[in-house]
Design a protein around this ligand. Structure first.
Ligand code: NAD
Length: 697
């Protein structure tokens, strides 16, 4: 059970927080702190109290396992525990090592003195969950480091090394050697020198021009934090610290957190926080499943994806052998990787030595023989089954037993790819997103025969290369692209029905997507969507075609790379410009299709695009392709630019109310321009709506 241990060392009591891994401030810990303070006060032999944690963490803040349970609000709540600490009759010293975050830092600020290891890290990261520090952090931090720095830390949630606070009232001493020895010595000095029971709350916040500063800050933060209410509430609270007495400031902070806890933005951010932690849990693959060691990686294909994929492993210090068909292609790929590192050096993000060390981990090769000792090989060659077949047959003959053979295919059947080998249990899909060295998302595609330890290894490896890995079953497009195809199809159909290119993109961008669907298509390359549509037309005879999109592609308008698509582009410029030529094509196609254009509202655009995602997402859940709705949300938040403040398509639908979503979808089914059955609500969606449940309940 989580608790705080009480011990004595001569005239000093030591309260040691013990709730691994990061000393989350659980009820047990809060109670332990209060009990420890009381006990120390009652013991006449005790003259000072040290509160400390573990090497890894003084405290990482709230205990996330208590979120959503009554224990969060059960006394002593954190403010109560801090009150006991701050009003103790004997000096209390926080001895800080490791993480000191959120409630952990607020607890330390409630102590009379603070000593720290130089490499401890301090932060008030609550803003990242759409809330603010609610146990006095907004009031005490400005009192010790000034309003500007405090506001910066609180609004950004940035993690700052303790050493940076040397010489400020935040840290009374940096302890280079043993923390506990240093803390005990400091406590004895406090006693010997009869140092006062300093309280941070009694300090005055100093600023030469608070009014001017807060006006400036309000404008800057307001502009940056569009769609997010928390940063401005943080500012209000810090402003109160600078302009009001402590207790009044505490009230502003309390009102702020109460308000923020109710906002949909905070609900979305908290959802995303937990969703991210759930992705690695696979129901039939226990967390203690043994994994295979991955010390050497092979990548086949040094094109767009192969180069990006390689960089992930080089960054993690894992040697990569990259194999191409011809010297020219290999040289181009190696050059592309070198350029990325040169860019890092130029931007000051990496030293030249480090960049060189990364490049030294790369072995370019034209021979599969060089993959003999690779623990994992990722194929990123052309998207053709014939090419994949040849590659996987060769890998099967070349690679050592136990090596994991992965494909980066976006659309092809991973089971079929696995069948080209005599070891389908070692085959898995690792679907990276472009640019692969930057995008967070990794879809881990589990084939019918993929071994559990291969899956567990892939999930572990994803963490090593800092990806958010989401497991997907095998289907056309996996989770992300299968859903996006429906979304794009709705956008293209609305273009045929009467919405303009600009209206569609603006409506979706106003909803919060970084880029509307047509600008996105121009960026990705119209030919990619066209190839998928052509394949689908062939596989589904009678399927309705997207005439406008197809016509633009027939004209060679593939988007940015050809200087024109749904928009036109000036050479060397990515700004999407309105193109009257497209309006003409749109008019012609509508006439050919016999469609009289109608006015389409922005609301309809958003609903049809987003609910198309939701409905397909529900089907993925029914089919067991996605494990849980929150996984689908993570795919969309990390791979498709879905607005984070809306929490992902499935969370958004739950916020709207699934019954409302089903009802809003009904009129869409009447649309004669759409494939019959497209808007039939997924049975799971209807079931959850009827039962008043969320997808994952
Ligand atoms: P690309 O055309 O840029 O690169 C493919 C490379 O593979 C070329 O350099 C080619 O010379 C090389 N190659 C082909 N056959 C080979 C062989 N037998 N042995 C060694 N090298 C060979 O293509 P890409 O965009 O990097 O796509 C690669 C794979 O990644 C495809 O399966 C694609 O569907 C998938 N993918 C692409 C994206 C994307 O946005 N481009 C995103 C996710 C997945």
């Amino acid at each position: 059970m989580s608790t705080a241990h009480y011990d004595t060392n001569g005239n000093v009591a030591v309260i040691r927080l013990d709730n691994p891994p990061v000393n989350g401030l659980s009820l047990g810990l809060r109670q332990g702190i209060v009990d420890g303070i009381k006990k120390a006060e009652q013991d006449s032999a005790i003259e000072a109290i040290v509160i400390t944690g573990s090497d890894r963490a003084f405290s990482g803040g709230a205990d996330i396992t208590e979120f959503g349970t009554p224990r969060v609000m059960q006394e002593p709540i954190l403010t109560t525990a801090i009150h006991y600490v701050e009003t103790a009759k004997k000096p209390v010293i926080a001895a800080i090592s490791g993480n000191c975050m959120g409630g952990g830092l607020e607890l330390a600020l409630g102590c009379n003195y603070r000593v720290s290891k130089p490499d401890a890290t301090l932060a008030l990261p609550e803003v990242k969950l759409g809330i603010l520090p609610g146990a006095g952090g907004t009031q005490r931090l400005p009192r010790v480091i000034g309003v500007e720095q405090a506001l910066n830390m609180i609004v950004s949630g940035a993690v700052v090394p303790a050493k940076k606070f040397e010489g400020t009232p935040l840290l009374d001493e940096i302890i280079e050697g043993d923390l506990m020895e240093g803390a005990l010595a400091f406590a004895r000095k406090v006693v010997a020198e009869k140092m006062p029971l300093k309280k941070v709350r009694d300090l005055k916040v100093k600023h030469p021009n608070p009014e001017g500063f807060f006006m400036f800050a309000r404008n800057t933060i307001g502009a940056m934090a569009k769609n997010y209410p928390a940063p401005l509430k943080c500012l209000e609270a810090v402003e109160a610290a600078a302009t009001k007495p402590f207790d009044e400031g505490m009230k502003v902070e309390r009102d702020g957190i109460k308000y923020l806890m109710q906002t949909p933005e905070s609900a979305a951010l908290r959802h995303a926080f937990f969703a991210e932690r759930k992705t690695s849990k696979i129901s039939d693959v226990p967390s203690d499943t043994p994994t295979r060691d991955i010390n050497k990686v092979g990548v086949i294909g040094a094109g767009t994806m192969g180069t990006g994929i390689s960089i992930n492993f080089l960054n993690a210090g894992i040697p990569v052998t990259i194999v191409e068909m011809k010297q020219e292609g290999l040289d181009r790929g190696v050059e592309a990787i070198r350029k990325v590192y040169e860019g890092q050096v130029k931007k000051g993000r990496m030293t030249e030595d480090k960049a060189k060390a990364k490049m030294d981990l790369l072995t370019p090769s034209l021979s599969y023989d060089d993959l003999k000792d690779a623990d994992l090989v990722i194929e990123a060659v052309f998207e053709e089954m014939g090419v994949k077949e040849q590659v996987f047959k060769t890998l099967d003959e070349t690679c050592k037993p136990g090596a994991i053979l992965a494909s980066n295919t976006s659309t092809l059947d991973v089971n079929k790819i696995a069948s080209f080998t005599k070891r389908p249990e070692d085959v898995i899909g690792l679907h990276f997103f472009s640019p692969a060295n930057i995008m967070k998302l990794l879809e881990v595609v589990r084939g019918d025969k993929t071994a559990k330890d291969v899956l567990a290894t892939a999930m572990k490896l994803a963490k090593t290369i800092r990806k958010t890995a989401v497991v997907s079953g095998v289907c056309d497009g996996f989770i992300g692209n299968r859903m996006i195809n429906q979304y794009s199809r709705e956008a293209l159909t609305m273009l045929e029905e009467g919405a303009s290119v600009q209206q569609i993109d603006k409506a979706i961008e106003k909803f919060g997507f970084a880029m509307g669907p047509l600008r996105m298509a121009d960026l990705a390359g119209g030919d990619i969507g066209w190839a998928i549509r052509k394949r689908l037309y062939a596989e589904n005879p009678g399927m309705k075609k997207n005439l406008i999109a197809d016509r633009l592609c027939e004209m060679g308008r593939y988007g940015q790379k050809t200087g024109s698509g749904f928009y036109k582009y000036e050479p060397g410029n990515r700004k999407a410009l309105h193109d009257p030529e497209v309006d003409k094509v749109v008019d012609e196609c509508r006439a050919e299709m016999g469609i009289t254009p109608r006015k389409i509202s922005n609301q309809e655009i958003v609903q049809r695009c987003v609910y198309a995602l939701v409905n397909e997402g529900a089907r993925l859940l029914e089919e067991g392709i996605a494990q849980r709705a929150s996984d689908i949300d993570m795919v969309y938040l990390t791979g498709y630019g879905f607005p984070v403040f809306r929490g992902g398509p499935m969370h958004y639908a739950e916020q709207v109310g699934l019954a409302n979503v089903v009802r809003d979808m009904e009129p869409f089914a009447e649309n004669p321009n759409l494939q019959p059955g497209f808007w039939e609500p997924a049975p799971l969606l209807v079931k959850c709506a009827q039962e008043g449940k969320g997808f994952d309940q």
